[in-house]
Ligand binder design. Structure first.
Ligand code: AMP
Length: 322
């Protein structure tokens, strides 16, 4: 990374009289080009931090942080500002273009094939969190360069409950930097293939337990349409995915899952076994909306009523234990 941060501008000031966010997210803000069996979209708004922050804002006050490039159309983030998401942590790199990702889904659409990743501004990003973000009690390091995740951890006040996500791209290209992140955070989100590759074992239960040995309080392993497993120090919980018939585009499902999960924890203010179980349910509810439209399309139309209805439907779908 180069030194000096003079190439950055902060296009969005803190909202007037802003109350510090309870949940801060740092991660990619992207232009995505997506192809699924249901259609194609070119250069739409995406990025892990965008999906996460939108969903988490249904639960708590959110501060978004990340880098955009000189080609970024600022109006794309207007809906976020209108929803009350604090954008003062978004930094604009005046010399580089925005992060760009091109992906394709085929068949059961459970995993994306990455066709192109242009890191651009993300590859040289030196994050600076606004002072009022540093006190946030909950922090999520969404998918981004693990060096950025470490730099953010360096800036946090002690005592923040921090969790992170990552993906095969970083596991393969930055394994050492990523391991340093995993040794510092409280919780980790990944998919089944990533858990197996990080833990070096094919048995998923074994892999989840091995991840905890890094010092994590919990690890969530997502299995696409098959749901998710949550490993924590007292055991393991599982939940199926909501049975959605119309999966149009799975992009962002993992980030939305994490947004519901972390949003619920931040609203609860603690992360004991009971809150983790409830968070797993909320993540499942929220991810089920994201896949119903391309990019953030469905999420921009989401309201509290639809979320409450989906919670009821998911409860009905789950077997009753007594
Ligand atoms: P997911 O929830 O896993 O479907 O995440 C999808 C989002 O991840 C897309 O909007 C992409 O812009 C973003 N993304 C893809 N590759 C990377 C990467 N290497 N680093 C950070 N973000 C990425």
């Amino acid at each position: 990374m180069s030194s000096g941060t003079s190439r950055y501008e902060s296009p969005f000031g803190a909202p007037e009289g802003a109350v510090p966010p309870r949940l801060v997210v740092v991660g990619s803000i992207a232009y995505d080009s997506i192809e699924t069996p249901h259609g194609k979209r070119e250069r739409v708004l995406g990025g892990a931090a965008c999906y996460f922050s939108w969903i988490a804002s249904f639960y708590t006050r959110v501060g978004l942080s990340g880098v955009i490039g000189r080609d970024f159309e600022l109006e794309l983030l207007s809906p976020f500002r209108e929803r009350g998401i604090d954008l003062s942590g978004v930094q604009s790199d005046t010399e580089n273009d925005s992060f760009f990702w091109r992906g394709r889904y085929e068949g059961d659409m459970n995993s994306a094939q990455t066709l192109e990743t242009r890191l651009n501004a993300l590859g040289v990003y030196e994050p600076t969190l606004p002072a009022h973000y540093r006190k946030a009690p909950f922090v999520f390091l969404a998918n981004t360069h693990p060096a950025v995740q470490n730099a953010v951890l360096d800036q946090l006040d002690e005592g923040a409950f921090s969790c992170c996500d990552s993906m095969n791209f970083w596991i393969e290209n930055e394994p050492d930097e990523l391991r340093r992140v995993l040794e510092r955070v409280d919780g980790f989100f990944c998919n089944d293939a990533e858990a197996r590759s990080l833990a070096g074992t094919t048995n998923l239960i074994h892999a989840g337990r091995k991840l905890l040995e890094l010092g994590l309080k919990f690890a969530v392993v997502k299995k696409g349409e098959h749901g998710a497993l949550l490993f924590h120090r007292e055991g393991v919980f599982g939940i199926p995915a909501f049975p959605t018939k119309d999966v149009k585009d799975p992009t962002g499902a993992g980030d939305s899952f994490a947004g519901g999960f972390m949003g619920a924890l931040a609203a609860a203010g603690e992360a004991g076994a009971e809150q983790l179980r409830a968070a797993l349910f909320e993540g499942t509810v929220m991810a089920s909306f994201t896949v119903e439209g391309f990019g953030l399309e469905r999420l921009f139309a989401l309201d509290e009523g639809s979320v409450a209805e989906r919670r009821r439907q998911l409860r009905d779908f789950l077997p009753k234990a007594d």
